[in-house]
Design a protein around this ligand. Structure first.
Ligand SMILES: *[C@@H]1O[C@H](CO)[C@@H](O)[C@H](O)[C@H]1NC(C)=O
Ligand SMILES: *[C@@H]1O[C@H](CO)[C@@H](O)[C@H](O)[C@H]1NC(C)=O
Length: 437
């Protein structure tokens, strides 16, 4: 059972669970976690009264402020006309000016911002070229398939030989230190199982089209060269992040899955979700599985430069417990609400553009899943420099940002006028060799 995966588990309890029950998955595992958290974990937590995660920041406001600075830096450079290709989007400006991006693919790993900024993916490993879009064998994956690439123990930067549609029979269980980089080709993960990031670290997912993900499960699935186990039913998420950290999800197009497009739960943290294009879906992003799982207080997520587009209904995102920095996103369609939450999450909304729907009863950006105002009055939900269109409004609560960050915030706020430009290339890019992406 020597498995690198286990050594990377942040919590002993998670490791024990995983070893003990190769037979568990999302919801069932979640239930087990809850009962564990009622007994062992809860007791331990009440003893030292402190929640810590080795990958969570002690001062999330400082990271939010750093994001504001990098946005300001990029917009300033644009104004000064330093590079003709600068867009004001600091992630894109970090690499998209380079027409030799094929030669320099791994430079992408240094371009993230926010809580997932230290995700290096497979930067320090070899390239792996996926050549085979079919032949998905969940237990004995064939060399040349995406599944064979992602389960390896060594770091890998995974690229694709040509355009392909990959229909997975079971969840794609990723091992740590992997980048999936679909620049230059059109790669769709569709019509089957999709991506699971469970008990691992350092994952970068860039440039995929992920859609029509289906529930799968009740099957054996391999997650490393030396280990496979039984998976119960998976809900059909586009990307499911479970007990994992240092994750960066950038420039993907996601739509129409059976469950969430992106879910991050069970003590996941250090995550950046940027430049994605979300469409045609009900429950878009879930961050935190249950109100009772207080370990998710360590959850820290940056949501930046995404386009939440046509056919979306709710949860962009829906948050619990942690700290969520929602900055410079373009919300052009929701049917119920944009940002929801329960269990006292901190929501720091800066420089977004919120376009409310026509429905007079759906103008509110925010939704508290908690009927009694007395209990959410102190939740720290704030909006700074957001652009409210068509009657959109954000119901703030709790205390304002600490004074020391006010300056950086006001600068970030200005750029809401640039959200259209900054997010105009959200989703998977169309890149050609020898040209800027
Ligand atoms: C955990 O505790 C809560 C409150 O004490 C209780 O309502 C819930 O049923 C418990 N959950 C489990 C799985 O034991
Ligand atoms: C912003 O630009 C300044 C001056 O060039 C630089 O020192 C600083 O590190 C940059 N900060 C970020 C977060 O990009």
């Amino acid at each position: 059972m020597a498995n690198a995966l286990y050594f990377l588990c942040p919590l002993l309890i998670m490791m024990m669970l995983f070893i003990n029950a190769t037979a568990s998955k999302s919801i069932e595992e979640a239930e087990q976690f809850q009962s564990l958290s009622n007994s062992t974990m809860a007791n331990r937590l009440s003893e030292n009264d402190e929640l810590k995660h080795e990958h969570a920041e002690d001062d999330p406001e400082a990271i939010a402020s750093m994001v504001a600075t990098s946005i300001r830096n990029s917009t300033e450079r644009r104004k000064l006309g330093y590079f003709s290709c600068t867009t004001g989007n600091p992630i894109d400006d970090c690499w998209r000016c380079d027409r030799h991006w094929v030669r320099n693919r791994k430079r992408l790993a240094d371009c993230s911002i926010g809580f997932g900024r230290n995700a290096i993916g497979g930067r320090d490993g070899r390239y792996y070229v996926v050549t085979d879009s079919g032949n998905d064998d969940p237990v004995n994956p064939r060399p040349g398939t995406l599944r064979h690439a992602v389960i390896q123990d060594a770091p890998l930067w995974i690229v694709f030989k040509h355009d392909m549609v990959i229909t997975l029979k079971q969840e794609l269980m990723m091992n740590s230190f992997k980048t999936i980089d679909a620049r230059g080709v059109n790669v769709q993960i569709a019509y089957g199982a999709c991506i699971t990031i469970q008990f691992v670290t350092n994952i970068i997912i860039h440039g995929l089209h992920i859609h029509d993900c289906k529930p799968t499960g009740n099957a054996m699935v391999r997650n490393s060269p030396s280990h496979y186990g039984w998976r119960t039913m998976a809900d059909g998420d586009g990307i499911s992040i479970f007990g994992s950290s240092h994750i960066w999800i950038d420039h993907n197009s996601l739509s129409n899955c059976a469950d969430g497009l992106i879910d991050a739960i069970m003590g996941s943290t250090a995550i950046t979700i940027s430049n994605n294009y979300f469409t045609h879906h009900n429950e878009v992003i879930l961050l935190g599985h249950s109100d009772s799982y207080i370990r998710d207080k360590v959850m820290q997520v940056t949501i930046a430069f995404n386009h939440f587009g046509e056919g979306l209904i709710q949860r962009m995102p829906r948050c619990r417990h942690g700290y969520f920095h929602v900055v410079n996103n373009d919300y052009t369609h929701w049917e119920m609400y944009a940002i929801g939450g329960s269990a006292d999450p901190t929501i720091n909304s800066q420089g977004n553009r919120y376009l409310a729907p026509v429905n007079p009863f759906a103008k509110e950006v925010t939704k508290r899943v908690e009927p009694w105002e007395g209990s959410w009055k102190h939740w720290n939900w704030r909006s700074e420099g957001d652009l409210m269109l068509n009657g959109a409004y954000f119901t703030a609560s709790g205390r304002a940002a600490p004074r020391s960050y006010a300056r950086a915030s006001s600068l970030a706020a200005k750029s809401s006028s640039m959200v259209g430009t900054i997010t105009s290339n959200a989703g998977a890019l169309s890149c050609h060799i020898g040209f800027q992406c």
